[in-house]
Design a protein around this ligand. Structure first.
Ligand SMILES: NC(=O)C1=CN([C@@H]2O[C@H](COP(=O)(O)OP(=O)(O)OC[C@H]3O[C@@H](n4cnc5c(N)ncnc54)[C@H](OP(=O)(O)O)[C@@H]3O)[C@@H](O)[C@H]2O)C=CC1
Ligand SMILES: O=C1O[C@H](COP(=O)(O)O)[C@@H](O)[C@H](O)[C@H]1O
Length: 610
């Protein structure tokens, strides 16, 4: 049998609209996957299948009487496919070898058919690798659904979950449907949209270190996509533990990347444990992917108020002239969570709070806050400026570092870090850290950047506080008291919760006499923009950016390297010295050492004063 016949016969023998017969497990290549829920996918696939079947029959009958190259029926088809795909048999844009000239794959044929039937918009497939995991359930699938709900997906799209766990499509849909939400308006068509979305979700059980698994997945994707468009773009979201990133990237590159469009790979954090391991990981990824294809996620960059930092700084006249050592006394970047590492102790103990939060999320915030104005808003220009900030930072000293670990709360009801069964006995892993950072450049020389991050603290909060210098020769000094540093202007950017920006200033209390009050110019996002304004989650924003190829909010390899170069000596020193963390009670404000660190710079933590 000619290759043409072999390829063409596959879907026909699998049967249209059945589950089974083709590919893996219980799914058929052209299966409709629905039991009473589908509204959209079924007719689309059915009509594509019928038309496909008709075209195959023409080719098959022609091929069975004459050779494809001499067949009057088959010849125009082959030519048209060749024209629409360039030269079949040569390397395509992903460097993959296709079928030899003279044969035609089923996918190529179906692509041609899709093109013929007018489906010119490219289709998008998103594969979540590690789909059975915590992040996938909590963040990724809800974000994908929200994007679909809001109309950001192309008309045709396919979602695949990939993991080792054995599940069929229905079980997978049941699993992810638990966390899908209509955040905007529960009443507005949420149920039907959810059903349609779930219809497009499929599951593939495979091994992360098996190129064969990825090749099979690739073949399933080829088949799905071929019904929808002649151009298929693919996003692979690696939501797996970091030791499997490389295997997955190899699998994607060698077995599952798109043959007709782009393939992009989202890599979750952590990117290594230190400079060396991060470089190793980067090199391994670069062996199978190009930098262009890699999207290293830092979801803090997509938080609304972090995204707004460049707007605040570069579209308002009033801040930029003050944004330097002459006017700013110190900057604080604060992260706290009111829960411990419960359930994630195994992961966390290998990393600790500095690697988990500071080296990435908080340092990224600092880089945007301190960078020079970029040449443009282009991702490369912004990342160029961020790298310069990171490369201008002084090494962190132990004198400028405090580490802590939570113990039981005062009542003894809330557990200590060490009470977690997944944490090794006697672990010294810090769940809290505070550091003072310094930038050696003309703008920031002498300004301390105080950063602290902790788990199991009194509240969940992330904020930036820019404390300005006092007014020289202040005419109102007698009214303001002796602590002039305590009544300076302060710009507070509350990243979460209850997103807000406010400026602390001194103001006359209305009425007779002269009393001065420290008050706020307050922009509460909730009040100003309403609840809907905050409905876009960080993961939605990031996935949309990957769809659009916008890398502004993703970490470039040199940025990553500079971030590790800053923290690695400190991290190694803490490990080698077996530094003892200061214990603090669960639910408290953290170790007292953090307050001493701030006072060394004549500063008080702003969050402690509210
Ligand atoms: N969860 C969170 O809140 C956050 C997570 N991240 C990062 O996202 C990624 C995914 O996180 P999360 O979903 O929590 O991770 P999980 O531990 O839940 O792992 C995801 C999936 O990977 C597979 N897996 C787990 N351990 C192993 C292993 N040792 N060997 C092979 N496969 C394994 C499992 O799927 P199966 O067994 O079915 O193959 C699991 O469902 C990680 O890199 C994490 O650091 C980043 C920020 C927050
Ligand atoms: O990356 C991480 O972030 C979360 C905090 O993210 P948020 O968006 O909820 O503020 C943190 O809990 C986790 O330990 C860390 O890995």
């Amino acid at each position: 049998m000619s290759p043409l016949l072999m390829h063409s016969a596959r879907p026909l023998s699998g049967g249209v609209g059945t589950r089974g017969g083709v590919g893996r497990g219980s799914r058929g290549l052209l299966s409709c996957h629905r039991r009473g829920r589908s509204t959209l996918q079924k007719p689309l696939i059915s009509s594509a299948s019928a038309s496909f079947q008709k075209r195959c029959e023409v080719v098959i009958s022609a091929a069975s009487t004459t050779s494809p190259s001499s067949s009057s029926s088959a010849q125009p088809d082959m030519e048209a496919v060749k024209q629409s795909h360039g030269s079949i048999g040569e390397n395509d844009e992903n460097g993959l070898m296709d079928a030899p000239l003279g044969s035609i794959t089923f996918e190529e044929f179906a692509q041609y058919q899709a093109q013929e039937s007018g489906k010119s918009e490219s289709t998008l497939s998103i594969v979540v690798v590690g789909a059975s995991g915590d992040l996938a359930k909590k963040k990724i699938f809800p974000a994908l659904f929200a994007l679909y709900y809001k109309g950001y997906f192309p008309e045709t799209f396919t979602i695949y979950g990939f993991a080792r766990t054995s599940m069929d499509d229905e079980e997978f849909r049941d699993l992810i449907s638990m966390t899908l939400l209509c955040r905007i308006d529960e009443a507005e068509n949420c149920g039907p949209k959810m059903d349609t979305f779930l219809d497009r979700c499929h599951y593939f059980s495979g091994q992360y270190d098996s190129v064969q698994s990825f090749t099979q997945l690739g073949a399933e994707l080829d088949a799905q996509e071929a019904m929808l468009s002649s151009t298929a773009n693919r996003i692979f979201y690696l939501s797996v533990p970091p030791n499997i990133f490389t295997n997955c990237a190899q699998g994607v590159s060698n077995g599952a990347s798109s043959k007709t469009g782009w393939s992009r790979v989202i890599v979750e954090k952590p990117f290594g444990r230190d400079t060396e391991s991060s470089r190793k990981l980067s090199n391994e990824l670069m062996e199978c992917l190009t930098e262009d294809q890699i999207y290293r996620i830092d979801h803090y960059l997509a938080k609304e108020l972090v995204d707004n930092l460049t707007v605040l700084r570069f579209s308002n006249l009033i801040f930029e002239p003050l944004w330097n050592r002459n006017h700013i006394r110190n900057v604080q970047i604060i992260f706290s969570e009111d829960f411990g590492t419960e359930g994630r102790g195994g992961y966390f103990d290998n990393y600790g709070i500095i690697r988990d939060i500071m080296q990435n999320h908080l340092l990224q915030v600092l880089a945007i806050l301190c960078m020079e104005p970029p040449v443009s808003l282009d991702a490369e220009h912004i990342r160029d400026e961020k790298v310069k900030v990171l490369q201008s930072m002084k090494p962190i000293t132990m004198d400028d570092t405090v580490i802590g670990q939570y113990k039981k709360d005062r009542t003894g009801k809330l557990p200590s870090y060490l009470d977690d069964d997944t944490v090794p006995k006697g672990s010294l892993c810090p769940t809290f850290a505070a550091v003072a950072l310094h930038i050696k450049n003309a703008r920031w020389d002498g300004v301390p950047f105080l950063m602290k991050a902790g788990k199991a603290l009194e509240k969940r909060e992330a904020q930036i506080r820019v404390q300005f210098r006092h007014v020289p020769g202040n005419l109102y000094q007698s009214k303001l008291g002796t602590d002039l540093e305590g009544v300076t202007n302060e710009l507070v950017i509350r990243i979460q919760p209850d997103e807000a920006m406010y400026l602390r200033l001194n103001n006359k209390v209305p009425g007779l006499g002269m009393r001065i009050d420290r008050t706020k110019l307050d922009l509460s996002y909730h009040q100003e923009y309403g609840e809907e304004s905050m409905s876009a989650g960080a993961y939605e924003r990031l996935i949309l950016d990957v769809m659009q190829g916008d890398k502004r909010m993703f970490i470039r390899s040199d940025e990553l390297d500079a971030a590790w170069e800053l923290f690695t000596p400190l991290l190694h020193h803490l490990d080698e010295a077996k530094a003892q963390p200061e214990l603090y009670p669960y639910g408290s404000r953290g170790p007292i050492g953090a307050h001493y660190l701030a006072s060394k710079y004549g500063v008080r933590w702003g969050d402690a004063q509210e």
